[in-house]
Design a protein around this ligand. Structure first.
Ligand code: UD1
Length: 370
């Protein structure tokens, strides 16, 4: 069996790791990795491959930045070339970026089964590029690997009917032969691959020296990230969020700045308590998050990481896909935030059991593809 997996943006390198690792024990599966080049800075891309020990991609498409149409089109063109050359049995895509959609379109139009990891997420906000990418990718996918039961419900609302194991986490090992095709797509409750990696790599983050490097001691700071187009492409909107953060009673806010956000920083004002730093690798970011008293973010991944690391989070968006973190009292949307004492912090495990990567691979190898 030959599979092609597509990554391109920072969170996808992280999501790929557990699947890559679970595939290692299957010697008869040829795993080909394509990096679209959507992210290309050393600290947005290479650092993750190095830290996580992910081998160099077989293909680096070097697509880079650009208007979304041109960027996605360049990816589709180049992914198609690789597919025609390699003739894989299926394509695996991750999350909701332009790289995800490009992979979904290139593969489905060549009649290849598309397997979508992190399927079924919805914000119901069509102004987000990610929402368009998700909806379209899900609707051409054959296997929809959902991280949560909410994601499964979202897909059911859109007419998806088939659920493996009745929508419950599938057992491991899983030896049932699976039949699925584009007219009969199958929902699989796999759990969240980001939970796998934080469980595995999280403890290693203890070794990180990020706190010393930043002169931090103890939980006297918050960690903030902002990168969503709707927040950082417009100075007025960014200023509104920075004013909100400024008004919270915090000693220090550490702000690793995404390149997209950096472009607008000279057009906004922020108080001295906000400390701007370069983007961090996975290990330093986990350590910085874990030791902070609060997380402020518009990132989906960081909302969950805060939850797993036991840190309350304020989401700097109008809505979130990760409603479990809100329902359990660990996350509050900024527009609903009143007091730091309002986090009710209930314990629950809605993101699987940390074995999503293994589950995904078990299902793929049981697809009856030789
Ligand atoms: C993308 C994803 C978003 C994901 C995010 C993670 C889409 C539509 N969005 O957003 O869902 O949460 O990645 O970070 O796919 N740039 C650099 N160096 C880089 C990468 C980007 O300088 O290595 C700059 C460029 O100026 C570029 C801008 O950042 O124009 C935005 O990059 P882009 O790839 O368009 O999307 P992201 O905002 O990173």
């Amino acid at each position: 069996m030959k599979i092609i997996q597509i990554v391109g943006a920072r969170p996808q390198f992280i999501k790929y790791f557990p699947v890559h690792k679970a595939l290692l024990k299957y010697e008869n599966v040829r795993n080909i990795l394509i990096h679209t080049g959507q992210h290309y800075d050393v600290n947005m891309s290479d650092i993750f491959f190095k830290e996580l020990g992910i081998p160099e991609p077989h293909y680096h498409l070097g697509v880079g930045s650009g208007p979304q149409g041109a960027q996605t089109a360049r990816m589709i063109e180049k992914i198609e070339e690789v597919i025609l050359k390699e003739k894989p049995d299926c394509i695996v895509i991750y999350g909701d970026t332009n790289s995800t959609l490009a992979g979904a379109l290139a593969a489905s139009k060549l009649h290849l089964p598309v397997f979508h990891i992190e399927a079924g997420l919805r914000s119901y906000n069509k102004f987000m590029p990610e929402e368009i990418n998700r909806v379209l990718s899900d609707h051409v996918s054959t296997l929809l690997f959902c991280p949560t039961k909410t994601a499964i419900k979202n897909l059911e609302k859109e007419g998806f009917k088939n659920k493996l194991n009745d929508g419950e986490l599938i057992p491991i090992p899983f030896n049932q032969k699976i039949v699925s095709n584009i007219s009969e797509p199958l929902i699989v409750n796999a759990g969240d691959v980001m939970y796998d990696i934080i469980k595995e790599i999280g403890p290693k983050a203890e070794k990180s020296e990020i706190l010393e490097r930043l002169g931090l001691n103890g939980k006297n700071y918050a960690t903030m990230t902002l990168h969503r187009a709707e927040n950082v492409d417009n100075a007025e909107r960014l200023q509104k969020l920075l004013n909100f953060v400024n008004d919270i009673d915090l000693e220090k806010v550490i702000f690793p700045v995404h390149p997209r956000t950096k472009r607008l920083l000279s057009q906004v004002n922020f108080s001295e308590k906000i400390k701007i730093i370069d983007p961090l690798g996975y290990i330093d970011m986990v350590k910085l998050t874990k030791e902070s008293s609060l997380v402020l973010t518009d990132s989906g991944g960081l909302q969950k990481e805060a939850f797993w690391l036991g840190v309350p989070c304020i989401t700097l968006r109008e809505e979130t896909e990760w409603i479990e973190t809100i329902e359990l009292g660990w996350n509050i949307l900024y527009k609903n935030f009143k007091s730091i004492n309002d986090f009710t912090k209930k314990t629950a495990y809605p993101f699987g059991d940390g074995r999503a990567g293994e589950r995904i691979v078990e299902v793929i190898v049981n697809m009856g593809i030789n």
